[in-house]
Design a protein around this ligand. Structure first.
Ligand code: HEM
Length: 422
């Protein structure tokens, strides 16, 4: 039971904000349980961890996403009317749109565009004392994903759009002025993306049929209707925004290479198939970056009916939080979970509910992220590129700020690149 002050249970939101990634797992471990009830954002909330809880949490017969995410996240990170808040037939149909964009060929094209943009950016890094990789990756990914998705991005607008898209994921979880900047960015980005959809429908621009912009503009919902222009814009940003957010993992990939330099050889020496038909080392590396490093601490849903989950009573309509970070670090599932060991993925292919950096279950029928193939491909491609580059890592604070949402190495990962040799 949550402790009480007089008759009002204490709200634990401040404790959650102090340690968002470990809030659930630490309490569960202390109590020897997989679930507990507490008060968060002024509501009684059930927090759960472990693969069994994850399987029930993702099951649409038991949980709905309607009204599940806090309003401050919907107004910034998600946008109103997007796939994240849909259920049932409407969700399946809308979700198909995203899954259809992730063919092997299209994922490889995005990785190739990203490598090209990265190589271009790296030309400018030569001779620079201070290159903040997180900032560079955000810019590289914005240019690459806009080209890939069929979204026009004039050169003069690139820096502004990069910052605007970044604010949607990087400032959403903050309090005060940064959060309000995220809301303003959401309004401008929504207008921008809706305008792209409007121009496609009016025949004023014609991106190729395989691009996200085209697919979203002409997508028909489960009722046979085109999406409202504003909602279509939100969905287009549901592709563009998270690709730019992969920059967080790319900064972590640089961090991991710095902390485990033997992987520089491991990645630079081998081609995409590991040279001998074995698992691609860059892919193992990417999976371990996603497992070890923090991104989303948890996912939220509401119970469709009264139930008992991991021994706790859950009431219909009650908010339940699933511990994504904690499951990836659960010592019952992962040997030495705090160590960076990419080779663990060589021996162990995780199931749908025990490796959940981007949600649990199956992406086509559940709310699990459809963008995992892109995320893995981009981390692998950029890690390989970094491993083949000459640079120095100057003194800096590389500790990971676990209070930040999303967490990030404090310095943003600074490198120094030598001038070109004559
Ligand atoms: C959903 C994480 C990259 C598109 C999600 C969810 C998480 C997540 C935790 C929610 C799962 C749930 O509610 O059960 C991440 C992380 C990424 C990433 C950490 C890498 C930085 C991507 C990419 C795309 C994408 C590259 C698309 C190109 C989406 C969409 C949803 C989603 C559309 C909503 C799915 C639904 O509600 O059915 N992601 N994601 N994400 N992600 Fe990602």
């Amino acid at each position: 039971m949550a402790p009480r002050l007089g008759s009002a249970p204490v709200d634990r939101t401040p404790a959650l904000l102090r340690d968002p990634y470990r809030f659930i797992s630490r309490r569960c471990r202390r109590r020897g349980t997989e679930a507990f009830t507490t008060r968060l954002l002024l509501e009684p909330t059930v927090c759960v961890t472990g693969p069994e809880a994850a399987a029930v949490f993702q099951d649409p017969r038991h949980f709905t996403r309607q009204d599940a995410a806090p309003g401050r996240i919907v107004e910034t990170l998600f946008g109103r009317g997007g796939v994240q808040g849909l259920d049932g037939a409407a969700h399946r149909r809308r979700k198909h749109l995203f899954v259809s964009l992730m063919s092997q060929q299209r994922v490889a094209e995005l990785a190739a565009l990203t490598e090209r943009e990265l190589d271009r950016a790296a030309q400018d890094w030569r001779g620079r004392e201070r290159v903040v990789l997180y900032d560079e990756f955000r810019a590289v990914l914005t240019r690459a994903v806009c080209t890939w998705a069929g979204v026009p991005l004039p050169r003069a607008d690139a820096a502004r759009r990069t910052d605007q898209i970044t604010a949607l994921f990087d400032d959403a979880g903050r309090v005060g002025p940064r959060h309000w900047r995220s809301r303003r960015s959401r309004r401008s980005a929504d207008r921008w993306a809706a305008d792209v959809v409007g121009r496609i429908r009016a025949g004023r621009i014609a991106p190729p049929a395989e691009t996200a912009a085209y697919v979203v503009a002409w997508h028909r919902d489960h009722n046979g209707e085109l999406l409202d222009e504003r909602v279509a814009g939100v969905e287009l940003l549901n592709v563009v925004r998270p690709v730019v957010a992969v920059s967080v993992y790319l900064a972590f990939a640089a961090h991991a290479l710095h902390r485990h330099p033997h992987w520089i050889r491991g990645l630079a020496d081998q081609g995409p198939d590991g040279g001998d038909g074995a698992a691609d080392p860059a892919e193992l590396f990417a999976q371990e970056v996603r497992r070890l490093y923090p991104f989303f601490p948890m996912a939220a849903a509401r119970a469709r009916h009264d139930m008992v989950l991991c021994g706790r009573r859950v009431r219909r309509g009650q908010r339940v939080l699933l511990d994504l970070y904690g499951i990836n670090h659960d010592p019952r599932l992962w040997e030495a979970p705090e160590e960076f060991r990419p080779e663990r993925f060589r021996e162990h292919r995780p199931g749908p509910y025990d490796f959940v950096p981007q949600g649990a279950g199956y992406p086509d029928i559940h709310h699990r992220c459809p963008g995992e193939p892109i995320t893995v491909a981009l981390i692998a491609a950029v890690a390989r590129r970094l491993a083949g580059m000459r640079y120095a890592v100057p003194q800096q604070d590389t500790t990971v700020d676990m209070r930040r949402l999303p967490a990030l190495p404090r310095s943003g990962c600074v490198i120094r690149v030598p001038p070109e040799r004559p």
